[in-house]
Write a protein that binds this ligand. Structure first.
Ligand SMILES: Nc1ncnc2c1ncn2[C@@H]1O[C@H](COP(=O)(O)OP(=O)(O)OP(=O)(O)O)[C@@H](O)[C@H]1O
Ligand SMILES: CC(=O)N[C@H]1[C@@H]2OC[C@@H](O2)[C@@H](O)[C@@H]1O[C@H](C)C(=O)O
Length: 361
């Protein structure tokens, strides 16, 4: 079927949209994709929502206003793509993520976005709410893209790792027997963006210039590397703000702008290297997607920290900016067909689980 996947990630920079033909198991034609950046006001308000989410009722007027504006940008992205689709995969914006491993009914994950409004405005059926069923069953509810990675990487040599460097980092390890192991590695661009905004006023550290001008601070690094998340066995996932406190306690805030950025880059890379210790076998290569692959400071730090070759996903013929959005097209098709989205090896789901809901059409 013809799908449009829509992903608004933890970097809060905009919505990625991608057209793809898929039945959820295989991919057919790959169409165009685009990113519709958010205006500064929406970015700021979404960032504010992350801080407020814990205490907000679902009908809070500020939240509802952000949700409407966010959904309008998604409608705009679909219209701009300008292609017919049978199904839209609508992730929405995560504003809170608190899964409770192995304790059905206790965790919480919250993605905002008005699926009915999107379905009405585009005249297309919408698959959404991809994470709740997994969290309700005691899974992590994230990452969700691993099964889609397995679909697009079907022909590549294994073991293979796909690393996404978004606001948070996440890895998918695919074994020679097609086994999946996936989890969040640690903070990636999220704290770096916050740091760049506070110290330079820019939305992010473009081309890693600030980080390349500094040096990682040994004492701060030592404290950060002792964080229990790194050694904790998967499944595991993170909220965008989960490391903020640890970064403050480690003294990162006292560093100079350049050394602070260099330290955050080094920590992101070390967290990825720590993730590799959980893989059953080393991969033949790492393929890197997400905005972080454009940061030379981060790519250099990763190349130093990992023994295996590390390359942007473009070497496999993929588009590293579109991959997550394409994944939500694949996941939408799986929702429609009732196929599993999550697995014991990806989220800690008790068994392969379908999920998501369908609206409109
Ligand atoms: N040229 C560049 N130099 C440095 N960093 C860059 C560059 N281009 C993009 N980035 C980083 O990539 C981020 C956006 O990445 P991406 O769009 O993959 O995140 P996301 O999809 O929102 O996050 P997630 O995958 O966690 O949901 C930006 O916020 C910025 O930090
Ligand atoms: C709760 C949530 O939205 N998590 C995101 C976030 O951004 C990256 C990482 O943390 C990943 O776990 C997930 O996104 C991708 C799309 C996923 O679910 O696979």
């Amino acid at each position: 079927m013809r799908t449009i996947g829509l992903m608004s990630g933890t970097s809060l920079d905009g919505v990625d949209a991608a057209w793809l033909e898929t039945d959820g198991d295989q991919i057919g034609r790959i169409g165009p994709s685009l990113t519709l950046p958010y205006d500064a006001e929406l970015r700021r308000d979404l960032r504010k929502l992350l801080d407020l989410a814990e205490g907000l009722p679902p009908d809070d007027p500020f939240l509802k206003d952000c949700e409407r504006r966010l959904t309008e940008r998604h409608v705009e992205a679909v219209v701009k793509l300008g292609l017919e689709a049978d199904l839209i995969g609508f992730h929405g914006q995560t504003i809170l993520h608190r899964p409770v491993a192995g304790r059905p009914g206790e965790g919480r994950t919250w993605q905002i976005g008005d699926a009915a409004m999107l379905a009405r405005a585009t005249g297309t059926r919408v698959a959404h709410d991809f994470r709740s069923a997994d969290v309700a069953a005691g899974g992590q509810g994230a990452p969700l893209v691993p099964i889609a990675h397995a679909v697009v990487a079907a022909q590549l040599p294994k073991p293979l790792v796909i690393l996404n460097l978004g606001g948070v980092g996440n890895v998918t390890w695919i074994g020679s027997d097609h086994r999946l192991l996936a989890f969040d590695t640690g903070p990636a661009n999220g704290p770096l963006d916050d740091w760049a905004r506070r110290s330079t006023g820019a939305d992010y550290d473009k081309d890693g210039r600030l980080a390349l001008a500094g040096l990682p601070d040994g004492a701060v690094m030592a404290r950060l590397l002792a964080h229990p998340y790194l050694e904790a066995p998967p499944p595991k996932s993170l909220d965008r703000l989960d490391f903020d406190r640890a970064l403050r306690d480690a003294g990162a805030a006292e560093l100079s702008p350049a050394d602070g950025a260099a330290t955050l880059v080094a920590f992101c890379a070390c967290a990825v290297a720590a993730a590799a210790r959980h893989f059953p076998d080393p991969p033949v290569q790492w393929l890197v997607g997400g905005g972080g692959r454009r940061n030379p400071a981060l790519m250099r730090a990763l190349a130093c920290a990992l023994p295996e070759p590390l390359r942007p996903v473009e070497v496999a013929g993929w588009d590293g900016d579109a991959l997550e959005a394409q994944a939500f097209g694949i996941l939408a098709a799986r929702v429609l067909r009732g196929l599993p989205l999550t697995y014991p090896g990806t989220t800690g789901a008790p068994q392969p689980l379908t999920g998501g809901r369908l609206t409109g059409g």
